[in-house]
Ligand binder design. Structure first.
Ligand SMILES: [Zn+2]
Length: 436
């Protein structure tokens, strides 16, 4: 067997020395700035390797650059789903959409592979960043992030939470048979009651690759106190993580707000006064604003979601686009990406102007995902994640439903409305096995 180090040095020697990164020049007919809500025409975006090198009108295109002509399209940064579950898909068959059973029927490895497929479907619809917050088996979300970061397959940038942390029982009501040995349903949740257990749970998730921390604030009558939540926040901060609280009661919401949580997940229990407080404190809302469609939801639930989203917007809460997407409906031909973008139905019904919706889907999403220093805006030095559509989403948000072009980390994933992911598939990881 040859000496591995010798083989490694031979392989390294075979690489071209200081190979210049390929430059791609994108001609953007309309370049949209979602932060300002403005459009600049006839722009050129220069991409070098994975990152944006320069942006401006009439930039000189370097010789040898690959030119991508999007002069008939609107170019904009990639979209964000700030609350989703790529590695959970409950189904009509076999589990009758009861997601307690999904944990029994679908193993963590299977769920990671489902997540790989869901990730590509989301990227194909223009979602370049997703926060994946709990219900991931044994860290399927982290595995998915790592596989994408290492370069095994295309997908959005995943901000994984690992298992949700909650007081005994988590979000579920396990039977004693499920609970005692922690074999069924666990490790879907980490039980953490005392302060020692909370610290240990947060550290465990960060050790195993979580980039955000998700807690059950009030899933049980014995939910977390303001002090408990503050402890989660300070411990998570040590690992550079922000905290999202799953909230389902008004009391729980108040404790999360008082503790200064970063994101509140699910908007149904929030009062107008709490919206006002969230706006004042700059707490993000991931409302998970489900629409009413032939395949999902109820008219009553939809009306409630619309009213809540509208009030949050009127009170100036920092809104994110968020779906809680976790289902597949037999016979429905929509992709995970199409199911996700269809949540626009709720935003339109709430009367939120297109530029505000676009801001929630981009800028606010990058902030909530805490990636804005590295990716999101189309600015020099940031990763080249961008999409293009035919219409102008500042005027008609439904333009986002027909994504023509997707670039992720400088590599084209979709072009002329067709998925072209070949360049993402190659013989091995490009970023090393320790990338977490
Ligand atoms: Zn959720």
């Amino acid at each position: 067997m040859p000496n591995r180090l010798a083989v490694a040095s031979l392989l390294l020697a075979a690489l071209p020395a200081a190979a210049a990164a390929q430059i791609t020049a994108i001609r953007a007919g309309r370049l949209i700035d979602p932060e300002q809500g403005t459009v600049a025409t006839n722009q050129v975006i220069l991409v070098e390797g994975e990152k944006i090198k320069d942006v401006g009108p009439g930039l000189a295109i370097p010789p040898g650059a690959t030119v991508i002509d999007l002069s008939k399209l609107s170019v904009l940064p990639g979209l964000v789903d700030a609350h989703t579950h790529m590695t959970l898909t409950y189904k009509d068959v076999p589990e009758h959409n009861v997601y307690y059973y999904t944990y029994v029927t679908d193993s963590t490895p299977l769920r990671a592979l489902q997540g790989a497929s869901n990730g590509m479907q989301l990227l194909n619809s223009g979602f370049t960043v997703v926060r994946d917050v709990g219900n991931n088996g044994l860290y399927a979300d982290v595995a998915l992030r790592m596989a994408i970061e290492q370069g095994w397959l295309p997908g959005p940038t995943v901000i994984p939470s690992g298992p949700m942390i909650g007081s005994t029982g988590g979000q579920f009501w396990p039977t004693p048979e499920m609970y005692k040995q922690h074999n069924i349903m666990y490790p879907e949740y980490i039980d953490a009651n005392s302060h020692d257990e909370i610290v240990r749970a947060v550290r465990e998730n960060m050790l195993f690759g979580a980039k955000t921390i998700k807690i059950c604030v009030d899933c049980k009558p014995w939910g977390y106190s303001v002090e408990d939540i503050k402890l989660v926040i300070s411990e998570a901060a040590k690992g550079g993580c922000k905290v999202e609280g799953h909230v389902q009661t008004t009391d729980g919401a108040q404790r999360a707000i008082d503790a200064g949580i970063y994101i509140i997940g699910h908007g149904t229990a929030l009062t107008p006064e709490q919206h006002r407080q969230m706006a004042e404190k700059g707490i993000f809302l991931a409302g998970t604003d489900s629409p009413f469609t032939p395949y999902y939801g109820s008219e009553e639930g939809f009306k409630k979601n619309v009213a809540q989203l509208k009030d949050a917007w009127e009170k100036k809460v920092p809104l994110t686009f968020s779906t809680d997407m976790d289902y597949y409906k037999t016979g429905n031909q929509m992709t995970r990406g199409e199911l996700t973008i269809n949540f626009l139905l709720t935003w339109k019904a709430a009367g939120i102007p297109a530029p505000e919706t676009l801001k929630a889907m981009t800028i606010n999403g990058y902030r909530a995902a805490d990636v804005i220093r590295e990716r999101g805006p189309i600015k020099p030095g940031l990763y080249a994640d961008l999409i293009a559509v035919s219409g102008n989403p500042l005027e008609d948000i439904d333009a986002l439903r027909e994504v023509q072009f997707v670039m992720k980390n400088g590599t084209v994933f979709r072009r002329d409305g067709v998925m072209t992911p070949e360049k993402f598939f190659h013989a091995g990881p490009v970023k090393g096995w320790r990338t977490r």
